[in-house]
Design a protein around this ligand. Structure first.
Ligand code: HEM
Length: 212
């Protein structure tokens, strides 16, 4: 893969943030912007949408690499994962800053009171150890425990879909689509693990003519 690919991929992944930041700058300057009549809420929704897209992108990288045989794309998985953490944190920060005016007590009350917020916060908290252990030194230091720890991405994705579904008042189509996508991504992993176990002879194949 060419050397320019890394900064290029970085810029592509940063583009949603740059667009959002540009829109906020336009508001500050009193210029025309595209965030509608409630820009604060629009930013929270915008960052939430990118947060869930990046979580799913992080999960999908290895699936795509396996299915297409393009193992080179695995080198971007860490970057995509860190961007997922970045966008979720931005989402949390924009809610805290733009909607709550940095009143931490209200954030705490919301997280305790509203179930969709509880699961969202839990997902963000579970991303913290993943982001903190994403560097090479931690991968080396944790060894197999790193793999176990990074399986947290599965409950994080489940909680993200729940959070999305729970806060939606009208159209549940998009969260349900994410739920279906998650089922497919997890299904592929379960299928592959079962196939690997069978290949290694740990799970005997059912006898011919016996139950499947
Ligand atoms: C992994 C963690 C999270 C993900 C993936 C996520 C994703 C999302 C998504 C997709 C939406 C809906 C966007 C839309 O309808 O267009 C949303 C809405 C929202 N999220 Fe999150 N979120 C996460 C964590 C959080 C956290 C930690 C908070 C705050 C404590 C939070 C607060 C909100 C709020 C206030 C809304 C808007 C609800 C409304 O319409 O009133 N989210 N989030």
């Amino acid at each position: 893969m060419p050397r320019v690919a890394n900064p290029l991929v970085f810029l592509i992944l940063l583009a949603p943030f740059l667009y959002g930041a540009w829109q906020v700058t336009l508001i500050v300057l009193g210029e025309l912007h595209e965030l509608g009549i409630d820009p604060a809420k629009a930013i929270v929704l915008y960052t939430g949408e990118w947060a869930i897209r990046f979580i799913f992108a992080a999960l999908a990288v290895s699936t795509i690499a396996r299915v297409t045989g393009r193992k080179q794309i695995l080198r971007y998985r860490r970057m995509v994962g860190l961007f997922a953490f970045f966008y979720v944190s931005l989402h949390l920060a924009s809610y805290l800053g733009f909607l709550l005016g940095f009143r931490f007590d209200e954030l705490f009350a919301d997280v305790v009171k509203r179930p969709y917020m509880t699961v969202g916060f839990l997902a963000w908290a579970m991303l913290l150890p993943l982001a903190a252990t994403s560097n090479r030194a931690m991968v080396r230091r944790l060894g197999r425990r790193w793999i176990t720890l990074h399986r947290l991405v599965y409950p994080i994705a489940v909680l993200s879909v729940l959070h999305f579904l729970w806060q939606t008042r009208a159209d549940v189509g998009e969260p349900i689509l994410y739920g279906a996508l998650l089922t497919a991504l997890l299904g592929e992993r379960v299928y592959r693990a079962a196939a690997a176990r069978r290949a290694s002879g740990k799970v005997p194949l059912p006898a011919q003519g016996g139950p499947a």
